[in-house]
Ligand binder design. Structure first.
Ligand SMILES: Cc1cc2nc3c(=O)[nH]c(=O)nc-3n(C[C@H](O)[C@H](O)[C@H](O)COP(=O)(O)O)c2cc1C
Length: 193
């Protein structure tokens, strides 16, 4: 399988997160891994997207590797999704997953953000690995990385992926009611009459 690792850490090859992907690459020589340092090269890719498009087109599985920075994925990954959508490269049916490192503060939000963008692009999303920044240093952390990858390969082989969320217009009884007023408890008396 062709696995494209999109390293979205601004630290490039010094990223903690990308080392989990490098570890998995060392354990799985039967798969072809390629790495793109989108975190460090996003400005260059804004000017010329050819290299990224070619890499995305040849990948079977796209693995987003990034740290959680200030409660979400780093800016460079947000920008990458914009560039992918603007370019229009067809990613329908490709598998996508993610590896993060963080201190588990808003890592869930970051994972949801990436999953939903991948679903928007028609990709088959497999749940990712949210590792602690020091996990690769312990046997338990390395085991979790290995188990994640085994599960990921199984999911790709058997077509198991996350079902995309239902878009609001397709919900039959969904009525969006924006709240403009504060709750009755704190409304001024005159509003209650
Ligand atoms: C500026 C900054 C902001 C961070 N924000 C978060 C955060 O919101 N939540 C969290 O769990 N970890 C946060 N971290 C910790 C990083 O996610 C962690 O150090 C990560 O392993 C760095 O990965 P990298 O070396 O691949 O860039 C932050 C670190 C820095 C330097």
């Amino acid at each position: 399988m062709n696995i494209l690792v999109l390293n979205a850490s601004p630290k490039g090859k010094n990223s903690t997160t990308v080392h989990t992907a490098l570890y998995l690459q060392a354990l799985h020589p039967e798969h072809v891994f390629s790495f793109l340092s989108v975190g460090q090269q996003i400005k260059a890719f804004e000017k010329d997207f050819t290299l990224v498009r070619a890499a995305l087109e040849t990948a079977d599985l796209i693995l987003f590797c990034y740290p959680v920075y200030t409660f979400i994925a780093p800016y460079q990954l947000h920008r990458l999704f914009e560039l992918i959508k603007t370019d229009g490269v067809d990613l329908q049916g490709k598998f996508a997953s993610q590896i993060t490192t963080s201190k588990h503060f808003y890592d869930v939000t970051a994972h949801r953000y990436v999953e939903e963008n991948c679903c928007d692009l028609g990709m088959k999303v497999v749940r990712g690995l949210s590792a602690d920044m020091e996990d690769l240093l312990s046997e338990q952390g390395r085991k979790e990385a290995r188990d994640f990858f085994t599960q990921l390969l199984f999911s790709c082989e058997h077509g198991l992926f996350v079902t995309p969320p239902v878009k609001a217009p397709e919900r039959e009884h969904h009525i969006y009611r924006p709240t403009f007023f504060p709750s009755p408890r704190i409304r001024p008396k005159m509003w209650l009459s």
